[in-house]
Write a protein that binds this ligand. Structure first.
Ligand code: MYA
Length: 619
């Protein structure tokens, strides 16, 4: 019996790992991402137990006085528009963004926030864009997705890798809102496994264009977009084998090319105002000059766009959280039960404090990321993934607790929270599911640490540098403590909180080293463990971003500084304890046994079609 259970668990493992088959198939010990060995990325360095504070301390402040002023001038009319003109409940009800709202948004310049002035946009930086997106997120996530899908990913590729001709041709009409854009990657058989798309484009015989065939699903703006960034397989000659193989290329496709049709708008749980539909391509003739980026390098273009867009989600959800926190705080202030205001009860205080701390950490991460992008940091994909995962889960928690604080009232439509909950649910799914992004965080970090291990081994004269599993732990455990870089960088009042972060980082680095030693090439298959390591990285990054921001607040003596200090201390204490606890439990046999139990339970369920236990009544 026992061995048959083990066999079942093994089968389920094999099935599960096929989800990331391409990651596993990589030749390196852990999937390689093109990241330099000496990357200053804080998030990457913690995977080898190192503290590199250059991108986190001092908390980046990139806007010039002039840009600050320019942003302020945009905040007021945008807020006014969303408070006085746009009606989120109505948009949700009619499941569209009405034409007058689209027009009003266009007048505000909301379709071309980051399009350079010379192409008719507002030419905003990432940080300025984040600040405005926050307002949209606070008021109407449905509208937010419509304009976010347009510029955060829809035409972002043209901004990032487009030629001057492509920019000149497309950006003015996209910035004015005359044309709406969409990002067309996902297909019926290709969701998380983005490289497996089947839509295909082949060069025409005379080389003047490509012929595109295939279909996409769940495309935001799918039925209203005139311009689409479409990803398709294209035939490429493999340099090594000389064989023709399929590789993804990216194209700018216009509906007016002909052969482009869309399905009916999807009926969704939330973000109903935004348009989502299938898009079909039937022998669409794409002029050769509409290739976006290099031929056969479209997968990288897709990743580049997604990495670049993720900070917007953190900013938008910060806005949503602030709005819900204000509403829940007001309710807790007004509501009397048991002859006391409910905000005086510890059970409610804990909720309010946790909601606010989650918002603070999300905001700290979002603006740290946007600012780093603005000052030219290029290796931020792990930070971007951390920001997206943390923002979407924090906002979900905040929405849930806001409803709980409202009690029965929170369940009523008129309170407005149910719409936000429906709207928020998708944020943990799209732009990379949080599960895929956790793997991306952990595997990219492990690859970074693994490369250092190889280097160390080489320096020590080991011949078999590829076999991390051969390394002895004493040789390679990080011998130098990570130091006191965070304590030295924070405001003196935050030294204790900083020491908690410092304690986590070498422990985390050591755990990653042992993990790589133990699993070697199969580390990539250890999804239970990888998820926990990603959680640790998210916790560490969140606490350090909060400490850095709070340091700036204390140094500047801003009015909220002492309140922020309490929050930063709370976040550091909680996150550090959670990281240490996670690392401790991961070492325990009980935990590894539980990984096996979960694997076994899942495989049995799959074989039996769901829940298996017999009913307590026996029928
Ligand atoms: S759009 C759809 C979103 N879809 C996804 O995000 C797909 C998720 N899947 C993936 O990202 C990839 O398939 C994964 C890798 C990560 C699983 N940065 O062999 P590989 C490089 C840089 O690992 P795979 C939507 O939902 C890698 O180094 N590079 O690939 C919109 C390697 O390079 P090399 C990366 O196993 C909804 C190569 O690629 C990255 O096949 C609307 C191959 O790598 C990376 N991240 O897959 C939202 N990953 O060969 C609206 C891989 O050189 C938003 N690589 O070593 C609006 C929001 C704004 C806000 C507003 C609201 C109010």
């Amino acid at each position: 019996m026992a061995s048959s259970l083990c066999r079942q668990a093994a089968k389920s493992c094999a099935r599960r790992s096929s989800v990331l088959k391409s990651l596993r198939a990589a030749p390196a010990a852990v999937q390689h991402r093109q990241i330099s060995d000496d990357s200053p990325s804080f998030a990457l360095n913690i995977f080898r137990g190192d503290i590199n504070t250059s991108e986190v301390f001092p908390y980046p402040q990139v806007l010039t006085e002039e840009q600050n002023e320019e942003t302020r001038m945009l905040v007021d009319p945008t807020t006014k528009f969303f408070e006085e003109v746009n009606d989120a409940a109505h948009n949700d009800e009619v499941a569209e963004v009405p034409a007058d709202i689209m027009k009003g948004l266009a007048e505000l310049g909301a379709f071309g926030l980051q399009v350079p002035n010379e192409h008719g946009g507002l030419g905003l930086t990432n940080t300025q864009y984040a600040r405005l997106t926050e307002i949209v997120g606070a008021h109407d996530l449905g509208v937010g997705i419509q304009i976010g899908a347009h510029q955060s990913i829809g035409f972002k590729g043209i901004l990032l890798v487009g030629t001057e001709e492509q920019k000149a041709k497309y950006l003015p009409k996209l910035a004015s809102g005359e044309w709406v854009a969409a990002f067309c990657l996902t297909e019926p058989s290709s969701g998380s496994d983005a490289n497996s798309i089947r839509t295909r484009a082949v060069p025409s015989e005379d080389g003047s264009h490509y012929i595109l065939n295939g279909s996409k699903i769940w495309i935001s703006n799918g039925s209203i977009a005139e311009v689409m960034t479409v990803f398709a397989q294209t035939p490429v000659r493999d340099e090594k084998t000389g064989q023709m193989v399929d590789k993804v290329s990216a194209f700018i496709v216009q509906r007016s090319f002909g052969g482009v049709t869309s399905g009916a708008p999807e009926k969704k749980m939330g973000i109903k105002a935004s348009n989502t539909s299938e898009v079909y391509y039937d022998n669409v003739k794409i002029p050769k000059e509409n290739l976006l980026g290099e031929y056969g390098k479209g997968f990288k273009v897709a990743m580049h766009i997604l990495n670049n867009g993720r900070f917007g989600m953190g900013a938008a959800l910060t806005g949503s959280m602030k709005k819900m926190i204000a509403q829940a705080t007001q309710f807790a202030t007004d509501r009397t039960q048991f002859k006391a205001k409910i905000h005086t009860f510890g059970a409610i205080q804990e909720k309010l404090a946790r909601m606010s701390a989650a918002c603070y950490a999300t905001e700290s991460i979002a603006y740290m990321l946007s600012s780093n992008m603005d000052r030219g940091v290029t290796e931020f994909q792990v930070e971007a993934a951390i920001g997206k995962v943390f923002a979407s889960e924090s906002a979900w928690m905040v929405a849930d607790e806001a409803i709980q604080i409202h009690g029965g009232m929170g369940f009523m439509k008129e309170t407005g929270l149910e719409r936000i909950v429906r709207d928020l649910r998708i944020f943990r799914i799209f732009e990379g599911t949080n599960e895929i992004l956790r793997l991306l965080i952990a595997l990219t970090g492990c690859q970074f640490a693994g490369a250092s291990l190889k280097k160390q081994a080489k320096a020590m004269g080991k011949l078999d540098i590829g076999a991390i599993a051969d390394f002895t732990s004493k040789q390679l455990l990080w011998s130098t403590p990570s130091g006191s870089a965070i304590s030295e960088a924070v405001h003196p009042e935050l030294k204790f909180a900083a020491s908690q972060a410092e304690q986590c980082i070498p422990a985390f680095g050591a755990a990653i080293t042992s993990f790589l030693q133990e699993h070697g090439k199969s580390a990539v298959d250890q999804q239970f463990a990888l998820k926990h390591y990603a959680d640790c990285a998210i916790d560490i990054y969140g606490m350090v971003a909060s400490l850095a921001r709070c340091t700036r607040a204390l140094e500047a003596g801003i009015p909220s500084a002492s309140h922020e200090k309490v929050m930063a201390e709370f976040i550091a204490t909680e996150n550090a304890a959670r990281v240490m606890q996670t690392l401790k439990s991961m070492k325990s046999i009980a935990q590894t046994d539980n990984y096996q139990r979960m694997s076994l339970l899942a495989s049995q369920m799959v074989e039996n079609g769901g829940y298996i236990a017999e009913h307590p009544l026996g029928f």
